[in-house]
Design a protein around this ligand. Structure first.
Ligand SMILES: NC(=O)c1ccc[n+]([C@@H]2O[C@H](COP(=O)([O-])OP(=O)(O)OC[C@H]3O[C@@H](n4cnc5c(N)ncnc54)[C@H](OP(=O)(O)O)[C@@H]3O)[C@@H](O)[C@H]2O)c1
Length: 244
């Protein structure tokens, strides 16, 4: 059987790095990308033959050409897994933080995922997975751009899933929405409740993609939480002091 090929953006640290390790351990051909390419050496050492390291900034204008080069080097791509993302708590509304978050989580995300959609549409099949967040469930006042951009990602994947159906393309989508995970993204002075380990979240994300789940909230405690959030009317939600 032919070796399956996956490309993961945002594999240099955190959840993406752990997901990459699982695919490598399970015998996949794995393309790993990010800006801090020196951090990818350990993944390469796990299986030098089957791991392809590629430096890529999803905000760069030539990011998709860059991805195309990696696909060519790997002889094709079966799954595109988008993990790259940034986010901040930003109650003082620092302008740069808000705009940088929009740039990476909306524009960069759209650039990469749209390219993957077109690639798979041409090929007739494929699978797009992304780590979004539970932060997109409702507007979160402590992280406005992060929350809004995660909602954008949830919505964009749904749009593409419907577009694939309209165009009769066999493209699968998996939207993975974790709660708080102990990674560099939360490396600030705040206390985060119900914090999960990145290895635990990566395993659940990996399983969700294997089962081609459409949406996966990680984990069950957060499923209950977001279920409760959804039932709160907006007029009440906007008066709640949701912070950590
Ligand atoms: N930690 C949490 O609580 C949590 C919860 C839910 C969802 N998430 C989501 O999980 C994803 C991964 O975050 P993490 O928690 O694992 O944090 P992390 O360790 O900071 O990982 C972020 C990853 O995104 C990559 N990235 C950021 N900007 C990029 C750019 N311009 N081009 C290419 N890659 C870029 C980083 O690589 P380089 O810096 O090397 O480019 C890094 O590999 C994010 O989308 C985040 O929103 C995190």
């Amino acid at each position: 059987m032919e070796t399956k090929r996956i490309i993961i953006s945002g594999a240099t640290s955190g959840i993406g790095c752990e997901i990459a390790k699982l695919y490598i351990a399970n015998g996949w051909k794995v393309g790993v990308m990010g800006r801090r390419v020196e951090l990818l050496d350990d993944l390469k050492r796990m299986n030098p033959e089957n791991v392809y390291v590629h430096q890529l900034d999803i905000n760069a204008a030539d990011a998709t050409e860059n991805l195309q080069q990696l696909i060519a080097a790997m002889g094709g791509m079966d799954i595109y897994f988008h993990v790259s993302g940034i986010g901040y708590q930003n109650t003082v509304l620092d302008y740069d933080k808000e705009l940088n978050t929009v740039e990476t989580n909306c524009k960069g995300f759209t650039r990469m995922v749209t390219f993957a959609f077109n690639y798979f549409a041409d090929r007739g099949k494929g699978h797009i997975a992304a780590i979004t967040s539970i932060a997109g469930t409702k507007g979160l006042g402590v992280s406005p751009a992060y929350s809004a951009t995660k909602r954008y990602q949830n919505h964009y994947l749904q749009c593409l899933a419907q577009l694939a159906a309209i165009r009769k393309k066999n493209i699968k989508f998996t939207d993975i929405r974790p709660g708080f995970v102990a990674t560099d993204l939360l490396n600030d002075s705040h206390h985060y409740p119900m914090l999960m380990q990145k290895e635990y979240v990566a395993k659940k994300a990996y399983n969700a993609v294997c089962r081609t789940k459409r949406v996966k909230v990680i984990d069950w405690r957060y499923r209950l939480l977001v279920g409760a959030w959804r039932m709160i009317p907006n007029c009440i939600w906007e008066r709640l002091a949701i912070k950590n």
